[in-house]
Write a protein that binds this ligand. Structure first.
Ligand code: SAM
Length: 405
């Protein structure tokens, strides 16, 4: 089958038996032999068994797990070609709402070793990631996307869980790197009868251990509270609170948000652990953060206390209801929702506000839907931030201005 186009996830697209066929890990112009994984009345999803005529742009993926582990999508092309593909994907999405202007692209300084967080599943052989085209687990001893500190603990965690026969009672293991500290959180399905002292001694005092049983609360087993100082803000790191995964791209993205704000009252919707709210407090008269997560909200409250941010109000609630209840004339609205995008009610509330809107999205499909709903605004600018190199994901920051009557 010949690959004649690309799909919204950057996969190759061809045709077979009169149906459109999506084939990941392929490039335009390639001739491939495929294995059908899913077939419906309108489309086929297939795995490329063999690339018969490769594109000149194809490169050898550096990761031995590539195409079995589902973590990466674009290791078979250069980073320059990946950026070009992401640009084309976003252009095509934006054309659905008749946006045809150029946009800026901010690339990542590192296109490997950038992730400060990896959530592993626990399989029979230890730390694993999900297979690309099934729920099968792929045991991993090194992830090229992860920061070195994360990779440095994988082998020791594996020995600990296998020696103590814990694989059946661990659901996931999250490993995060913050500065030079590594945090490991074990999500147990039931209380384990195991002593972590040996593991802690083996890993050293720069590795902190946490556990959670059946998702109920998090206990710190070894290590201290992690106090950070970022952009002049004192901040307590919480193992389960949202944090952008690529530190250097996140910094540039936050800078762009802050550059768009000057004075006034800001609504920071989907505000996470409060770091962006804290930065916005340095530019605005007042900032209202709205966040659903409990852990994130605790973090945002502690950031407020530690930095004496009297102009910050953290609201722990669902944006869907909380924003409609805020009877405030906002000058700026920051929206940074999860992949599903904003609830329809959020767009309806924002349409009534005479403000500049800064919409950060990690999913161009829900972004385009919401931009269509935010119909009292014009798009002023769009910037693609490549937060997730080697994967099909990226962030888009859109600045919207109120339409003049
Ligand atoms: C993409 S993160 C953005 C976080 C933050 N802006 C940052 O950069 O750290 C999305 C956040 O929205 C929160 N969230 C998800 N659904 C929500 C809802 N319905 N209402 C409020 N917050 C929500 C999540 O807990 C998460 O912290």
């Amino acid at each position: 089958m010949k690959i004649t186009d690309f799909g919204y996830d950057g996969e190759g697209v061809g045709h077979m038996d009169g149906k459109v066929c999506f084939v990941p890990y392929t490039l335009m112009g390639e001739e491939v032999e495929v294995d059908i994984k899913k077939e419906t009345s309108t489309f086929i999803k297939a795995f490329p068994n063999e690339v018969i005529i490769p594109s000149q742009k194809r490169i050898t993926p550096p990761c031995p797990y590539y195409t079995s582990c589902g973590g990466c999508d674009f290791q078979h092309m250069s980073y320059e070609d990946e950026i070009e593909l992401k640009k084309n994907i976003l252009t095509r999405q934006l054309s659905k709402i008749q946006f045809a202007k150029d946009f800026n692209i901010v690339t990542s300084k590192s296109n490997y070793s950038y992730r400060n967080k990896v959530k592993f599943f626990c399989g029979d052989k230890g730390l694993s990631l999900k297979h690309a085209m099934s729920d099968k687990l792929v045991p991993i001893d090194n992830c090229l996307l992860a920061k070195d500190g994360i990779n440095s603990v994988i082998d020791k965690i594996n020995k600990f869980i296998l020696r103590n026969k814990l694989t059946k009672i661990i659901d996931t293991i999250t490993v995060r790197q913050v500065n030079n500290i590594i945090c490991i959180k074990f999500d147990f399905l039931k209380e384990p009868s195991v002593d972590f002292t040996g593991l802690s001694l083996l890993l050293g005092n720069k590795v902190y251990l946490y556990k959670s049983i059946n998702g109920k609360g998090i206990a710190r087993v070894f290590g201290e509270e992690i106090e950070l100082l970022e952009n002049d803000l004192k901040y307590t790191f919480k193992i389960d609170a949202f944090r952008q995964v690529n530190d250097s791209v996140a910094e540039k993205m936050y800078q762009k948000v802050c550059d768009a704000v000057s004075g006034g009252v800001v609504l920071n919707a989907y505000s996470g652990a409060g770091l962006l709210s804290g930065l916005l407090c340095q530019k605005a008269i007042a900032v209202y953060g709205v966040e659903l997560g409990k852990e994130e909200n605790l973090s945002a409250e502690s950031l407020k206390q530690k930095n004496n941010l009297d102009n910050l109000t953290n609201i722990n609630g669902d944006c869907k209801d909380a924003i409609a209840n805020l009877k405030i004339d906002f000058d700026f609205v920051v929206l940074d929702p999860p992949r599903v995008g904003c609830a329809r009610e959020v767009c309806e509330s924002i349409n009534k506000v005479d403000a500049t809107v800064i919409y950060i999205s990690c999913n161009p499909a829900s972004l385009v839907r919401d931009l269509g709903r935010l119909n009292t605004f014009n798009i002023e600018s769009v910037t693609l931030f490549d937060m997730f190199p080697r994967t099909a994901n990226f962030e888009v920051l859109t600045i919207l201005k109120k339409k003049q009557n």
